[in-house]
Design a protein around this ligand. Structure first.
Ligand SMILES: *Cc1c(COP(=O)(O)O)cnc(C)c1O
Length: 431
């Protein structure tokens, strides 16, 4: 595989953009490779500037459930563009999109649109604090909720304590309001509540996709709901990734635990910058201009992003059978990987939730961040490189999730399973 143009582009980009990328994971740092520079996409394929074609399992990190250049989305976006890009004034499209989402997710009565998942979770937490009148929050180790200060916190010296900043530039004073619990471990959540006595909200990825794919156990979510009720804390499900991905109703397609607030992003924007936070009236009405919690956005709910999102959600609602179909493909892929792994005696754990799939080079099952960390990242780096050279574009880290899109089919999946087999064969023979 020739990446000469991409290498040139990357070097040039590094002169003017830190690390050559506008979001760190794109730099391929954890697989020690050069990122192909992408020139276009079509369906489930992407094409780079060197003329290579890849089957794309990243799908812009989740949003593109219908793949690249879906004709309905492109058409509606092009129509919307003719009428103006943004007004900073209300449009009917926004109400339509919010109604569609409300009709599918229980526990939400009002929605506010924003431009990124980061904004959605940051604003949701401000609102939850305003509602509960309590400052401390609980998050889970290995869950990612965007890059706002109070969420860039890791477990520090141990779980179930106040965390420490996971980034330079985040004051200790901010992270001291964030407690970090262990995923799928209700006792650690209890200790957080007891340590703080001032917890106003708990935020969780109910199907975690940012430490690899690690779903919360249903029993755990039920217990979490009970604890939040007991301590009068707002329960926020961050479904920026899992919403409209794990199922048409996100985690609600798997269990009947109803959160107080839900954040969305990725799929609801159909590939455009669009995200949302939502919840019951009692909470959402505290938001400016009806309430005292301030939040705003110049381009929030702009007609172009909303057209892309609304088209996606309407298409999904009209074709709910895509989810079992996508899941069947994801399962076929993971079963294929697993069979290959057994053949070459490579330890592998796999997981599927709807159109999301994940695999760890790990000898044991993965239920939390600590388990995930035990994965063989060197093996992942080798595998990633091998697959890329065979035209399979996987997320460039062991701790990400893969996505199936509707343009994929069984023969494409089988092609990828064979590429996986050859990769395992080459790796075990030291090629
Ligand atoms: C991607 C993601 C975010 C952040 O969204 P951005 O649009 O990248 O800011 C937040 N939460 C979860 C669960 C995500 O997967």
């Amino acid at each position: 595989m020739n990446l000469l143009c991409s290498i040139n582009d990357f070097n040039e980009a590094k002169q003017v953009i830190p690390g050559g990328v506008n979001s760190p994971v794109r730099a391929f740092k954890s697989v020690a490779g050069t990122p192909p520079f992408i020139s276009k996409g079509k369906g489930c394929h992407i094409f780079d500037v060197d003329g290579n074609t890849y089957i794309d399992f990243v799908q812009s990190w989740g949003p593109l459930i219908f793949g690249h250049c879906d004709s309905d989305i492109s058409e509606n976006v092009n129509e919307a563009i003719k009428n103006g890009l943004s007004f900073g004034a209300p449009t009917e499209l926004e109400t339509s999109l919010c109604k569609e989402i409300i009709s599918l997710y229980e526990g939400i009565e009002k929605i506010r649109l924003v431009n990124s998942g980061t904004e959605a979770t940051m604003s949701a937490i401000r609102l939850a604090r305003g509602y509960s009148k309590k400052d401390d929050i609980i998050k889970f180790e290995g869950n990612y909720h965007g890059h706002s200060d109070s969420l860039l916190v890791s477990a520090g010296s141990g779980c179930a304590t106040f965390g420490s900043p996971s980034s330079w530039g985040v004051p200790q004073d901010f992270s001291k309001h964030t407690l970090v619990a262990r995923y799928n471990d209700i006792e650690s959540v209890k200790s957080c509540f007891e340590t703080s006595k001032n917890v106003g909200c708990v935020i969780i990825e109910p199907i975690a996709g940012n430490m690899g794919l690690v779903p919360a156990r249903i029993e755990f979510l039920k217990e979490l709901r009970k604890l939040c009720d007991q301590y009068e804390a707002v329960l926020i499900f961050d479904e920026v990734m899992s919403g409209f991905r794990a199922s048409i109703r996100g985690v609600q397609g798997y269990c009947d635990v109803i959160p107080d607030m839900v954040t969305f992003g990725k799929v609801i924007g159909g590939g455009m910058p669009l995200a949302a936070f939502s919840g019951k009236d009692e909470i959402m009405n505290l938001l400016s201009p009806t309430g005292g919690v301030y939040q705003a956005g110049t381009l929030s709910g702009n007609p172009i992003a909303v057209s892309a999102g609304l088209t996606s959600i309407c298409k999904i609602k009209k074709n709910p059978q895509i989810y079992p179909a996508l899941e069947a493909l994801a399962k076929r892929l993971m079963e294929g990987f697993l069979k290959n792994a057994q053949k070459y005696s490579i330890p592998l754990q796999t997981c599927v939730r709807g159109s999301m799939f994940g695999f760890f080079f790990n000898t044991s099952e993965v239920h939390n961040f600590e388990d995930a960390q035990k994965s063989d990242t060197q093996m992942f780096a080798k595998f990633h490189q091998k697959m890329l050279s065979k035209g399979v574009y996987l997320a460039c880290s062991q701790f990400e999730t893969g996505f199936i899109c509707t343009p994929m089919n069984e023969s494409i999946i089988d092609e990828v399973i064979e590429a996986c087999r050859v990769s395992f064969d080459e790796i075990t023979r030291g090629i």
